[in-house]
Design a protein around this ligand. Sequence first.
Ligand code: CA
Length: 229
Amino acid sequence: MTTILIIEDEPELVKVLRSYLEQSSFKVITSYKGDTGLETWKNTQPDLVILDLNLPGMDGLEIAKNIRKQSNTPIIMLTARVEESDRLIGLELGADDYVTKPYSPREVVARVKAVLRRSGVDSAFESTMIKISELEIDLAGYSVSMGGNTIDLTRTEFGILATLAKNPGRVFNRLQLLEATQDGEVFEGFERNVDAHIKNLRAKIEPNPKKPIYIETVFGVGYRFSKME
Ligand code: CA
């Protein structure tokens, strides 16, 4: 799992960021003070640091300088004002990116992913776990769980679910779902059998299979995975 350290003294901001990052399958560690934040960084060696500029104990600039002396851990700075951002760029203190408050948590997550990709952590970031609400899909381990409870799926059901969940919002027709799940093996049915697999899948993963929230039917076309936004 890719680990993100948040050093930020405003608990509400930490809470929101943590929740968004965890939804994207990151492991989150937090620190509310500058000096302890630097200690936490040393002890945990996270894959990326989200660093507030104004902190009690030691400010973000000092922390960034200290981190840079010892490693190239990617850093995203959170700054309160645009002028501070300008100053940051001028100082070339080694932050990989910065976000100006107020920010949208979704944007911060997007920046985190972009910085990780740029800095080559993407092999670690290319998580094989997909987590959507209570549903967790382990693509490498071919396993699925709901709220922590393992769900038994057939290989075909797993293939259909993984194909859909990897592409939320994208509509797949029945033939595409068949092709995606064949995996070089002979598929035991025809296009309409996809409907039967979907029915079984819904019975296993949907809280109410008659009103599916994960796998949506697109009438006349096929199926898609909900974007859950
Ligand atoms: Ca602050």
